[in-house]
Design a protein around this ligand. Structure first.
Ligand code: PMV
Length: 302
């Protein structure tokens, strides 16, 4: 049986600005959501992800059920009798692209069950239909990474431009603070009057360019500096929290090149890049703060 995968992601630089057309530097995690389609003789289209305590039928009154229905409708598959049974290696609602990873894995599993080709355009359209239901007006960066994996620069106008770079280890700290991507996108719209001219959005876009050049040149100190600055600008836009600030500060004090919130903010996760011999100390500081972090490897696979 084919296992369908959608990758989780982190945004290294450019979240929120990407909604307004600026570039974002983003990378798939080495983990996400995987789903096996199990045919059933009788019964409804179901989705079960025990790791998230999630079990819905397509016609339930539940946000994930509505997403499931949107995906199967976008693929024009009716209501196939299949149980989509999945595993998740990323937490839900933590700014790690869990909803897009789920939607992409679901779309792939449904196409595989229907013996249809896994066309990236069809998967993207179906997963985007789910993301619009959940987030209002997503930039599309999560879906693009969940499908393609790897690392790249995403623009709303041009999609994902994959880049090749050596592997990079990134510390990821899911804060456990719940948050809503849609609410955070709305907050940024309020403080910027929803205009791309806001200098803070332009600065975030510029930091993406700087950070991308630094990554390609393997200048991790410069990448870290860009990340630190991006965190300050995001905080100024109102999407950080005292906990996210203090997790980032703890990482910097423990020797990180840079740290910032990742994704929509208002809770969710922080990321840090650090010399390898500093990683243990940073993870220990986060653990003292009640956060179980992990190290993800992004970029080229060996
Ligand atoms: O927190 P996440 O994983 O939903 O990421 C949201 C990224 C934003 O730039 C804030 C929104 C978007 O659609 O790009």
């Amino acid at each position: 049986m084919t296992i369908a995968i959608g990758w989780g992601k982190i945004i290294l630089l450019g979240e929120h600005a990407v909604v307004y057309g600026y570039p974002a530097l983003a990378a798939a995690l080495d983990r996400g959501v995987s789903i096996a389609p199990v045919p059933t003789t009788k019964g409804a289209l179901r989705l079960d992800i025990p790791a998230w305590n999630l079990a819905v039928k397509a016609d339930d009154d539940h946000p994930v059920a509505r997403s499931l229905a949107a995906i199967v409708d976008a693929l024009d598959l009716g209501r196939p009798g299949v149980s989509l049974v999945g595993d998740a290696q990323i937490p839900p609602g933590a700014g790690l692209g869990s909803s897009a990873a789920l939607a992409v894995a679901v779309a792939r599993a449904l196409l595989s069950h229907a013996k249809r080709a896994a066309e990236p355009a069809a998967i993207s359209a179906a997963a985007s239909a789910s993301e619009v239901l959940l987030h209002g007006r997503p930039s599309g960066v999560d879906v693009a990474l969940a499908i393609a994996g790897g690392i790249g620069v995403f623009r709303r106008s041009a999609g994902l431009r994959s880049i090749t770079c050596p592997q990079l280890r990134v510390l990821v700290g899911p804060s456990g603070e719940p948050r809503s991507t849609a609410a955070m996108v709305e907050r940024v719209a309020e403080v910027t009057n929803a205009t791309a001219d806001d200098p803070r959005l332009a600065e975030l876009g510029g930091l993406t360019d700087l950070g991308t050049s630094a990554l390609l040149a393997r200048d991790l100190a410069a990448l870290g500096t860009a990340m630190n600055r991006a965190h300050i600008v995001l905080a100024d836009l109102g999407v950080s929290t005292p906990q996210l600030d203090s997790l980032c500060e703890a990482a910097r004090v423990s020797g990180a090149h840079g740290a910032k919130l990742t994704g929509a903010g208002g809770g969710g996760a922080v990321i840090a890049i650090a010399p390898r011999h500093k990683e243990t100390a940073i993870l220990a500081e986060w653990r003292n703060a009640g956060v179980t972090g992990f190290v993800a490897t992004i970029g080229a696979r060996t």
